[in-house]
Design a protein around this ligand. Structure first.
Ligand code: APR
Length: 170
């Protein structure tokens, strides 16, 4: 698997699947979730509601992943995942959930036949996870995943996040 880093807007990525940093309700939100819903169009919200009516009636748990079409996005699919919220006292218990966001998203990508996947820096915005720690967790999880995905690209939205992922990847 090739691992790449890029600085920019995840919604513009020309990959098979983009990963959304969603919340358990799958009802949309701010940050990258809001950007993806704006770029994909209103059908994405309807597809997320359908996920809630079918596979995930209780909501998508932290660490899990579920796919919808990408609709107006360049990417054919959106793989929604829910990162853990940062809590210093709970970091050790929650870090495996952040790793799971990546390994489950890659497993969902495999089930779709997606060969290229772009990730944001999950949990490092509203959910407050320190970006250095998130970068190490994300890169290690992707590198250790057994997957048929050939290209994973982390698409970072700030120089700081990019530098953290570059340090984690080197
Ligand atoms: N492209 C790439 N990265 C982006 C974009 C974008 N268009 N917009 C924001 N980001 C970055 C943020 O800078 C941050 O580094 O995505 C990272 C994740 O931040 P959030 O989007 O806030 O996601 P998260 O911290 O996982 O919190 C999830 O926020 O938007 C709500 O509905 C979402 O409740 C959920 C929570």
């Amino acid at each position: 698997m090739r691992l790449e880093l890029a600085l920019g807007d995840l919604t513009a990525e020309r990959v098979d699947a983009v990963v959304n940093a969603a919340n358990s309700s799958l009802a949309g939100g701010g940050g990258v979730d809001g950007a993806i819903h704006r770029a994909a169009g209103p059908e994405l919200a309807a597809a997320c509601r359908e996920l809630r009516h079918t596979d995930w009636p209780e909501g998508l748990p932290a660490g899990e992943a579920a796919a919808t079409p990408g609709f107006d996005l360049e990417a054919r699919w959106v793989i929604h995942t829910v990162g853990p919220v940062w809590s210093a006292g709970q970091a050790g218990r929650r870090r495996p959930l952040l790793a799971s966001c990546h390994t489950r998203a890659l497993a969902v990508a495999d089930s779709l036949g997606a060969r290229s996947v772009a990730f944001p820096a999950i949990s490092t915005g509203v959910y407050g996870w320190p970006v250095d720690d998130a970068a190490r967790t994300a890169v290690a999880a992707v590198r250790s995943a057994a997957t048929d995905v050939e290209l994973v690209r982390f698409v970072l939205f700030s120089d700081d996040a990019y530098d953290s992922f570059a340090a984690a990847a080197s």
